[in-house]
Design a binder for this molecule. Structure first.
Ligand SMILES: [Zn+2]
Length: 178
């Protein structure tokens, strides 16, 4: 896999985020993982624990931030957040709150959060588009559609509509990368 904006450290951290997603799946949870790193050094890592802990705010990104613990502002401002899925509104808020300047996303085909908002606020967003990340989550969503809707705050009916809308967009537009 090659991507002009991804360094070797990025690929390593993405692989760790994917390992977290698989760990979540093995625990019976939603397979989304994340890593917070500075210059390739991992400060925190985690995976979605909605099911395992009955906790609606423990998305993968939030779990990685929690695992990193209290960090000084200067650490966040040099950090990259790696995530296996495009960040939702809640996780986008956390990225903006701590002024994390760079986000590397493994995939955004299954779900696309407000990446435009991140970019508008000066965050560099890199989409790796890893097929293994797409496959991992899609298999889970197909097997547990209700759980997936719950995690992204959607009713099943809205999700079915949204999926059709997104599928239409995907066939008409090339994926935008930056
Ligand atoms: Zn989230």
């Amino acid at each position: 896999m090659t991507h002009p904006e991804l360094t070797r450290a990025d690929l390593r951290c993405l692989a760790e985020a994917l390992a977290e997603a698989r760990r979540g799946l093995a625990e019976g949870g939603i397979p989304i993982g994340s890593v917070l790193a500075v210059g390739g050094r991992i400060l925190g890592r985690g995976h979605n624990r909605r099911v395992q802990e009955g906790n609606p705010i423990l998305h993968g990104e939030m779990a990685a931030l929690q695992d990193a613990g209290r960090q000084p502002a200067r650490a966040y401002r040099r950090a990259t957040l790696y995530t296996t899925l495009s960040p939702c509104d809640m996780c986008t808020g956390a990225i903006l709150l701590y002024r994390i300047p760079r986000v590397v996303i493994a995939e955004r085909r299954t779900f696309r959060g407000p990446e435009a908002l991140l970019r508008r606020r000066g965050v560099q967003v890199v989409v790796a588009d890893l097929p293994e990340a797409v496959a991992l989550l899609r298999e889970f969503v197909a097997a547990h559609p209700g759980l997936w809707c719950e995690d992204i705050g959607e009713t099943a009916a809205a999700r079915r509509k949204g999926r059709r809308a997104r599928a239409t967009v995907a066939t008409r537009r090339r994926p935008v990368r930056s």
